[in-house]
Design a protein around this ligand. Structure first.
Ligand code: ADE
Length: 229
C-alpha cells in the first residue's frame, strides 16, 4: 500500500510512523508512507501556502494551488482509491472504516490547518472527509496519524500473530476481554483461575462472556446496536 500525506507540518508526522508495528510494516515493504510538505508547492517565493479568507474574518485558509499542484505531481505516479481530507466535520472514523481502507492500494490524506482549506479543495479534489471525533485539533496531522496507524496494523502480515488484529476490540462489535500476564499473583491480586487452567475452549467461552459483559456495561449503545442479547 502507498500512503501519501499532504501537510504543512511534516515534522509532526515523523515519529508516529517510525515506531512499533507501523515501522515494521514499512520495513517489511507492506506499506510506504510518503510525507509531502505543501510549502514546497507554494506559488510564491515565501513558500506561503495559506492566505486571508475572502469576505474577512479571523484565521487563515489553506490555498488550493499548493494542494492541487502536489496532487497533480502525485497522480502522475499513481491513481488513488481514496483522497481523504481530515476534518472535524467529516464522517466519524471507526473500526469498520479502518477495515475498509486497509484493503485499498493507494490512499492520500490531506491535513487541514488554521481555518481549514479553500472549499474548492473539498468540492473538486477529494473523495471523502474523515473526522476522528467531535473535538477540534490544531490540524489534521494527529488525525492522519491515528487513521493511518489503525489501517496499517490491519494489513495482512503487519502483526506477526495474525489472529491478534482480528481479536481487537470492535472487530466483532465488542470491546476486548481483560488480559493478564505473569506473575499469577501480585500483592494478593490474583489472575482468574480459568486462565491458568489450560482448557482452551473454556478460556474462549470465558473471554467471550467477559467481552459481552464489558460491552454491556461500558458501551451499551454498541451492545444494543449489535443485538448481542
Ligand atoms: N482536524 C481538526 N480536528 C480534527 C478532527 N477531530 N478529526 C479530523 N481532522 C481534524
Amino acid at each position: 500500500m502507498q500512503i501519501d500525506i499532504l501537510t504543512l507540518h511534516p515534522d509532526l508526522l515523523q515519529s508516529p510512523f517510525n515506531c512499533s508495528i507501523v515501522n515494521r510494516a514499512k520495513e517489511k515493504g507492506l506499506v510506504q508512507i510518503n510525507l509531502h510538505n505543501l510549502h514546497d508547492f507554494s506559488p510564491n517565493k515565501w513558500r506561503k501556502a495559506d492566505d486571508y479568507p475572502f469576505g474577512g474574518g479571523a484565521g487563515m485558509v489553506m490555498m488550493i494551488e499548493p494542494i492541487d499542484k502536489c496532487l497533480t505531481e502525485l497522480k502522475k505516479q499513481r491513481g488513488y482509491d481514496e483522497l481523504i481530507y481530515l476534518s472535524p466535520d467529516g464522517e466519524l472514523f471507526d473500526q469498520k472504516l479502518a477495515n475498509e481502507l486497509s484493503l485499498k492500494r493507494n490512499l492520500c490524506f490531506i491535513c487541514g490547518h488554521y481555518k481549514g482549506v479553500d472549499e474548492r479543495v473539498r468540492q473538486h479534489l477529494i473523495t471523502r472527509e474523515i473526522s476522528i471525533g467531535d473535538y477540534v485539533l490544531t490540524g489534521g496531522e494527529l488525525a492522519a496519524a491515528v487513521v493511518v496507524d489503525s489501517i496499517v496494523r490491519l494489513i495482512p502480515g503487519a502483526i506477526s500473530d495474525e489472529t491478534s488484529a482480528l481479536t481487537d476490540s470492535f472487530q466483532d462489535g465488542l470491546v476486548s476481554p481483560p488480559v493478564y500476564t505473569r506473575p499469577a499473583e501480585y500483592n494478593g491480586w490474583k489472575v482468574p483461575d480459568i486462565l491458568l487452567s489450560g482448557h482452551r475452549q473454556k478460556i474462549d467461552e470465558w473471554r467471550h462472556e467477559q467481552s459481552l459483559e464489558r460491552t454491556k456495561q461500558r458501551r451499551p449503545e454498541l451492545f444494543n446496536q449489535n443485538n448481542q442479547e
